[in-house]
Design a protein around this ligand. Structure first.
Ligand SMILES: Cc1ncc(COP(=O)(O)O)c(C=O)c1O
Length: 451
């Protein structure tokens, strides 16, 4: 029988101190950072939930593998180990290493897209959208309407709207759609999973129209775990089998190994198409490096080779998904509005519902993120009007959980701080912009309190 308490499936061998600051210090630090948490020094943050990308802890097996890194420029042993580990999971013929996910995206879209093309996705991540657009193509998100309601609990809120995909193909024509993408899990849509049934339906539409299907696979292992938990017929299957079944429905993928690769840097691009692979490797040589290292050190390839397998271990995935849900369920249980159900890698607080007194133009998400820092030194990120301007559909604050880094008591502390801010939410004021860059303004914006 399984116990109720899900523990961290590891012991801690190496520790990194975190530093307390006083409230007065945090007030001064926040003013100096112009109320923008990106501008804070990381040493002044107690619990850093800014992102789960590249911030995870590596295992003893990964550190041991790093010592085996073969730094040969061409034909390194580390590449062979990396390639066979990745290939065992994804099954694609060509595995092309890159320094991170967006480099794989840039090469893929540069090779496959031309101006006037259209790329459908359940939801493009911001770098994916930017790389599609940089190739002159249009990025179209095809999320069903119900997935845009934060409070609605559905098992597979990351699914693509298959009817909308068929309608898009009928409207713009197959020749203008060089590929379809599915992002698993759907990061911009709340870390929500895509079901195997939906993947199969999308794959069938693609095959019928002879359009290649690619996965944005950053969180493929978390997605496989959700399928095991929630989709009929998968409870008895191993996460790796589920991932293999999913990848077999597509023709290639892009990957940021900073997520479910369990590494601090790295990524890859895969394809079954020999002609495309040749063009992709030529571009890789131009900007990333030779195809057996692609901008990474041999030791990075080793860390990914081991980490990507660890991300599929059941004990790890059980703990990973349960600990994210633990944070979401504990704050939601006290009335804090969040995107439901809790996602795989992050909890998204609905700042519009948390701070109804603050209008969108006074950035409720930024105001809430600033309060969480002031109250307890927690760093999160706004995903709303500051990040997306007028295109923002929701006002969210994302609390992303780095892999294997924080323990349950850290998360209990985060819960306590959020509930303290929730208690005094009526006194929280909005912010106004005092400086903004011409694009991607959220990284460098300056703000000040309206009061
Ligand atoms: C869904 C998704 N795709 C692509 C990327 C880009 O990966 P990277 O940051 O390694 O360039 C990310 C990173 O957060 C992501 O979440």
């Amino acid at each position: 029988m399984r116990t109720k308490t899900i523990i961290e499936p590891f012991r801690i061998k190496s520790v990194e101190p975190i530093r307390w600051t006083t409230r007065a210090e945090r007030e001064a630090l926040l003013r100096a950072a112009h109320y923008n948490l990106f501008l804070l020094p990381a040493d002044d943050v107690l619990i850093d939930l800014l992102t789960d990308s590249g911030t995870g802890a590596m295992s003893t097996h990964q550190w041991a593998a790093i010592m085996e890194g073969d730094e040969s420029y061409a034909g390194s042993r580390s590449f062979d180990r990396f390639k066979s580990s990745v290939q065992e999971i994804v099954g694609y013929r060509h595995v092309i290493p890159t320094h991170q996910g967006r480099a794989a995206e840039r090469i893929l879209f540069h090779v496959m897209c031309k101006p006037g093309d259209v790329v459908p996705n359940n939801t493009h991540f911001d770098t994916t959208r930017a790389n599609v657009e940089a190739a002159g193509a249009e990025a179209v998100d095809l999320l069903p309407a119900e997935a845009r309601q934060p409070g609605l609990r559905l098992p597979f809120k990351g699914n693509m709207d298959v009817e909308a995909l068929e309608a898009l193909i009928a409207r713009v024509g197959r020749e203008r759609i060089p590929l379809v993408m599915l992002t698993v899990t759907n990061n911009s849509g709340g870390g929500q999973p895509v079901s195997m049934e939906n993947t199969r339906a999308v794959s069938e539409v693609c095959r019928q129209h002879k359009i290649p299907l690619y996965f944005d696979a950053c969180r493929f292992a978390e997605n496989a775990w959700f399928i095991k938990l929630r989709e009929p017929g998968y409870a008895g299957k191993a996460p790796k089998q589920i991932a293999q079944e999913m990848f077999a429905l597509g023709d290639g993928c892009t990957m940021s190994a900073k997520k479910d690769g369990m590494a601090n840097i790295g990524g890859f691009l895969c394809t079954n198409d020999d002609v495309l692979a040749r063009q992709e490797k030529d571009l890789l040589i131009l900007t990333e490096g030779y195809p057996t290292y692609g901008g990474l050190a041999g030791r990075d390839l080793e860390a990914i080779a081991v980490g990507i397998q660890e991300s599929l271990e059941e004990d790890y995935l059980r703990y990973r998904i349960a600990s994210t849900a633990y944070l979401g369920d504990h704050i939601a249980g006290h009335g804090v509005p969040i995107v439901q159900p809790p996602g795989g890698h992050a909890i998204y607080i609905d700042a519009r519902a948390f701070l109804p007194q603050i209008p969108a133009e006074q950035f409720p998400g930024v105001a809430l993120a600033a309060e969480l820092y002031l109250e307890g030194g927690i760093r999160s990120v706004e995903i709303g009007s500051l990040m997306f301007g007028a295109a923002a559909q929701m006002e969210l604050v994302r609390l992303a959980i780095p892999r294997r880094v924080y323990t349950q008591s850290h998360i209990d502390y985060v819960v306590e701080i959020i509930l303290q801010v929730w208690e005094r939410r009526a006194q929280i004021q909005g912010l106004r912009l005092s400086y903004e860059a011409p694009f991607l303004r959220h990284f460098t914006a300056h703000l000040e309190p309206v009061g």
